[in-house]
Ligand binder design. Sequence first.
Ligand code: COA
Length: 362
Amino acid sequence: MEHTDLAAQRPPGSELLAEQVDAAERDLLAAARPQRRAVGQASFDALIDGEHKVEPTDWMPEGYRAGLIRQIAQHAHSEVVGMQPERNWITRAPSLRRKAILLAKVQDEAGHGLYLYSAAETLGVSREWMLDALHEGRQRYLSFINYPTLTWADVGALAWLTDGAAVVNQVTLCRSSYGPYARAMVRVCREESFHHRQGFDALRVLAAGTPAQRAMAQDAVDRWWYPALAMFGPPHNRSTHSDRSMAWKIKRFSNDELRQRFVDICVPQAEVLGVRLPDPALRWNAERGHHDFTEPDWDELRRVVAGHGPCNRQRMDHRRRVHEDGAWVREAATAYAAKHHGGPQHSTAHQGAPAARQGLPA
Ligand code: COA
């Protein structure tokens, strides 16, 4: 069908994001300090104020620990549950090349989930505890995952828009104050930029194709634009956690700032693709130096997060089923580790720290 050089099809603006990841990695290396434990509020404050990274052995306020567990677990769950909308298309990809790319991308997402679960485990919770919380509805995953992928063009639009939004958000998380989270983000961003680029390329081929292919590409963009904008979370004045998270430098920017950055990046990319972003109010505002745009429907976000999106039930039923089906793999890995390392080792399931230490309800 097509054979393009992905490197030559770099979406405008993506180099800048890649440079920001490189700069964040250089700063992370420079900020590495000899293992000296910070003890108490004053030393924690000094780490935050001095732009050092908080490490697992450092003292930290329980709210900081609980907030990180909440956000990192939600992030990990999003990577893992987020494989489902794309998995559908692995067997239906239009060429072997597209199939191989999609397969690699979906595998990467599983890997991102594992880096993130590992980062959260450094805070004293077990992976088992986080997965139980997901399956019992006590922890969340991002809302866009609850929308269906109806055509092949959805695979392109999903990656261009939602992986694009993920990169914009995650590039800033490379500078998160918690060391294990920031370091996981550097690696995730490098892989995620490939995901974004392959989506842009898949959509570009369709948008330059037959009238039916062009209509399919436009229809997918029309359906994915607002779920992608909603990924950045509610507006600042309705965000529960932003002020606290920003004071602790877990988050560096408000949900609105990142959403604006994403819109500004997408407009020139949509022009290159030849697709229309489905917002009649979208226009350049010279005074602000940004594009004006229509915000997502926040009531819809609330409904989808509360479990009433088109695919919530399907996503969670599938997640619980594959978890049960995989129990024998976890048991076998645990038994193998115990046999070869001379004791009861844990592969994926560590003991959770006591609830009091986690700063979480028992
Ligand atoms: N989908 C589902 N839930 C969402 C959401 C979305 N798009 N946006 C916000 N929420 C939830 C938050 O998780 C929070 O719920 P909780 O209190 O039950 O945890 C609530 O809405 C209020 O949001 P806010 O106070 O703004 O939360 P926040 O400061 O954690 O910011 C994110 C929300 C999503 C921006 C932030 O958590 C984040 O950056 N997460 C990592 C990004 C990620 O998961 N990327 C994966 C890409 S596949």
